[in-house]
Design a binder for this molecule. Structure first.
Ligand code: GUN
Ligand code: ZN
Length: 454
């Protein structure tokens, strides 16, 4: 059965191949005037407007963005929804930041009403940032994951999330009991994994907060539930790595603590991986783990400088993570601006096509979802963002001088934020319209269900 279609018209881009493999400019497909037809949650057709329009009925509703740039929705591969309210906490490095700010904030999620309120705020903020898929950490509380999944389901988002597992080195009220949080995780998988567009991530917070028994139980649960994910933190700071060495003296490396518990493999997403060795990179590649590069967080906490180009050259699947609340915001454009600066401090250059790849298709590949999201192509799920390169006077001034699309995209990462996200579409539906009712139809009225506005 096919439902009503909706189309977007305007300049658009997609990816031909991975811009980290060869010429980045050549990886970009650019339609100066595209038509993207969406039906039943998927992209039904995409092509040059002049060629594509006659293939579709005259009464096809079209949202026209002649001054926008239509692209794949952003993929945030690492973010903590409970930390939204403590973003920008002053003065600490990771371990003290966790103790002083993060754990007390997460303790507030013992209240289900608080979970529901923050989950709704968080997802609306994601959509305002143009992010249509995220891999999200909840708190240790089972209902913190229920709240997020319920709201994501209502919005039709493709979302990966999980209840955090931690059974040591955390305040008592945030610790799993003797069952290591496994029964709660099992119940959550049963309730949410594969429902609509939702996917479950088994989420041991990081090795220092988990006993060997908890890690092993998490690994067993993962293997009992094919298609589920693992997400955790890896080699974020030097202090943390030294602590892991003390806590797991027999493990040859931090990554090995996870690998020996069966927690490395395709659909395992390691956050940060800042201080990894060549051996770690080849093990990440060999096991098929994804890595979430979180440049804003790494700068904010002073954690270090991720070796992006070494990781991609080693064949590791790398996506971008905001890592709110250590990252300072959910804007993927701003996170990309920070990724560029981190690369510069490493003596490298992050090309804008590589940057947008990281934030879309690269993230999808890190999450093993590249056959569903992360690009504009017929058959993929219709999650799209419409960017506005003239969103502010400064952007207009800057992009007015752009010689081409790649430079305009670069300017968006250097100067842009949520203000440059004109609209966000999820599964073919408009879910964020920056300008309210001003969505420009091509003579046709805005059609389709209108979810509540942010
Ligand atoms: N390592 C363990 N927990 C966290 C967290 O909440 N944020 C970051 N950035 N690192 C972590
Ligand atoms: Zn994190």
């Amino acid at each position: 059965m096919t439902g009503p279609a909706l189309a977007l018209r305007g300049p658009a881009f997609a990816f031909r191949h991975n811009p980290f493999d060869g010429d980045p400019d050549g990886a970009l497909i650019h339609w100066p005037d595209a038509l993207v037809v969406m039906r039943d949650g998927r992209i039904a057709a995409i092509g040059d407007h002049a060629a594509e329009r006659p293939r579709h009925p005259d009464d096809l509703p079209v949202h026209h963005y002649p001054d926008g740039i239509i692209g794949p929705g952003f993929v945030d591969t690492h973010v903590h929804y409970p930390q939204l309210e403590m973003t920008g906490a002053y003065g600490e490095t990771l371990l003290d930041w966790l103790t002083r700010y993060t754990y007390p904030t997460e303790a507030g999620f013992a209240d289900p009403a608080h979970c529901a309120r923050i989950a709704a705020l968080f997802l609306q903020a994601l959509l305002r940032a143009g992010t249509t898929t995220a891999a999200v950490y909840c708190t240790v509380h089972e209902h913190s994951a229920d709240a997020l999944f319920a709201e994501a389901d209502r919005l039709g988002l493709r979302l990966i999330a999980g209840k955090v597992l931690m059974d040591r080195n955390a305040p008592p009220e945030l610790r799993d009991g003797e069952d290591h949080g496994i029964p709660a995780t099992r119940r959550l998988i049963g309730r949410w994994h594969g429902r609509g567009r939702l996917l479950y991530a088994i989420t041991p917070r990081f090795a220092p907060a988990c006993t060997d028994a908890a890690l092993e139980a998490a690994g067993r649960l993962w293997h009992e539930n094919p298609g589920t994910y693992v997400q955790t933190h890896l080699c974020e700071t030097e202090d943390e790595i030294a602590w892991v060495r003390e806590l797991f003296p027999s493990a040859p490396s931090y990554l090995d603590v996870y690998a020996r518990a069966g927690l490395a493999g395709p659909r395992a997403v390691m956050g940060h991986a800042v201080h990894v060795t060549e051996g770690d990179l080849s093990a990440l590649r060999g096991t098929g783990c994804g890595v979430a590069h979180c440049p804003s967080s790494n700068l904010f906490l002073g954690s270090g400088l991720f070796r992006l180009h070494d990781a991609t050259a080693a064949g590791v699947r790398v996506g971008l993570g905001s890592d709110v609340g250590a990252g300072t915001g959910l804007s993927t454009l701003r996170t990309l601006g920070d990724a560029y600066k981190v690369a510069r401090l490493r003596g490298a250059r992050l090309h804008p096509v590589q940057a947008f790849w990281l934030a879309t298709r690269g993230g999808a590949a890190a999450l093993r979802l590249e056959d569903r999201i992360g690009n504009l192509a017929a058959g993929l799920e219709a999650d799209l963002v419409v960017l506005d390169p003239r969103a502010t006077p400064e952007l207009a001034l800057r992009t007015g001088r752009s010689p081409g699309l790649a430079d305009t995209l670069f300017a968006l990462t250097a100067l842009g934020d949520e203000r440059a996200v004109r609209a966000t579409y999820v599964a073919g539906r408009l879910v964020h319209d920056r300008d309210g009712a001003g969505c420009p139809g091509e003579g046709a009225a805005l059609s389709g269900p209108h979810p509540p506005r942010a």
